[in-house]
Design a protein around this ligand. Structure first.
Ligand SMILES: NC(=O)c1ccc[n+]([C@@H]2O[C@H](COP(=O)([O-])OP(=O)(O)OC[C@H]3O[C@@H](n4cnc5c(N)ncnc54)[C@H](OP(=O)(O)O)[C@@H]3O)[C@@H](O)[C@H]2O)c1
Length: 233
């Protein structure tokens, strides 16, 4: 794949066939605590570039940036959102609403990896908006994909870079197929397999706390079986 040179000369587009080479992205991670820091390590290990943002500001991220090397830089949340090819939300759900101006992510893939844990995020597929639908409403124009919320950070770090049937499943839900494909490509580059749980309304609920796949490390086969058994009637 002929990679388009971004600011760092890294790949920016991931629409070429996989056999043409790696699809490298500049991924912004907003929230670099337990899960965000593990994701950052995995992404850099796989060759991606990361922009990191937290609540305390870029200075506080100096140790993590030093650990990760030149593929990582720290930003304020809004700058990270504007500069990334793809933005991952890994903050507490209650912090999501006003992280940055909505236009920072308009037209961009915005991965909602948060869990609402009863913070008004909605639960039932037919009973009001899911937490990811709220995220989509707070950031109109963003191409929201629910993903990376189901797996504990320790499992995420310990089970990456597997191959074949040994790979564990992550999930995508959203209303924009190209956005879901891009997120799936990114997650697959970390040695996982990706299962599509559907649209943002019904599908994101299938990944929420209490669902059949939440916090249960599963292979793709096991994940499909769990989702079938948990299918809404
Ligand atoms: N822990 C897991 O295994 C896991 C797995 C999947 C999904 N999740 C979800 O991921 C999210 C984060 O979980 P966590 O366990 O990683 O939490 P955590 O360790 O408490 O980290 C939260 C991060 O969010 C940052 N943050 C908080 N408010 C912010 C704001 N207004 N602007 C920018 N950054 C802000 C914090 O910044 P500071 O570092 O400056 O405090 C911190 O880096 C939650 O929604 C959780 O449900 C967690």
């Amino acid at each position: 794949m002929a990679l388009e040179g971004g600011a760092w000369g890294w790949g920016r587009v991931c629409d070429a066939p996989p056999e043409e080479g790696a699809c490298l992205m500049k991924v912004s991670i907003v929230g670099t605590g337990h899960i965000g820091s593990v994701l950052a390590r995995l992404l850099v290990g796989a060759g991606h570039q990361v922009l990191l943002a937290n609540a305390r500001g870029p200075q506080s991220l100096a140790p993590l940036v030093a650990e990760l090397g030149p593929a990582a830089e720290a930003r304020e949340a809004e700058a990270a959102a504007r500069e990334g090819d793809l933005v991952v939300l890994m903050v507490p759900f209650g912090q999501v609403k006003d992280l940055f101006a909505a236009d920072a992510v308009a037209g961009k893939v915005l991965v909602d990896a948060t869990n609402a844990y009863g913070a008004g995020g909605g639960r039932g597929a037919g009973a009001g908006p899911s937490s990811s639908e709220l995220v989509a409403a707070w950031y109109p124009g963003a191409r929201v994909v629910k993903a990376l919320n189901t797996m504990n950070f320790k499992t995420l770090g310990a089970s990456a870079m597997r191959s074949g049937d040994a790979r564990l499943a992550h999930y995508v839900a959203g209303d924009d197929q190209a956005a879901k494909d891009q997120v799936a490509t990114l997650i697959e580059s970390l040695g996982f397999v990706v299962v599509d749980t559907g649209a943002l309304h019904g599908g994101s609920v299938r990944q929420q706390p209490g669902s059949a796949v939440y916090n249960h490390p599963l292979t793709a086969e096991q994940a499909h079986a769990a989702l079938r058994a948990d299918a809404p009637h």
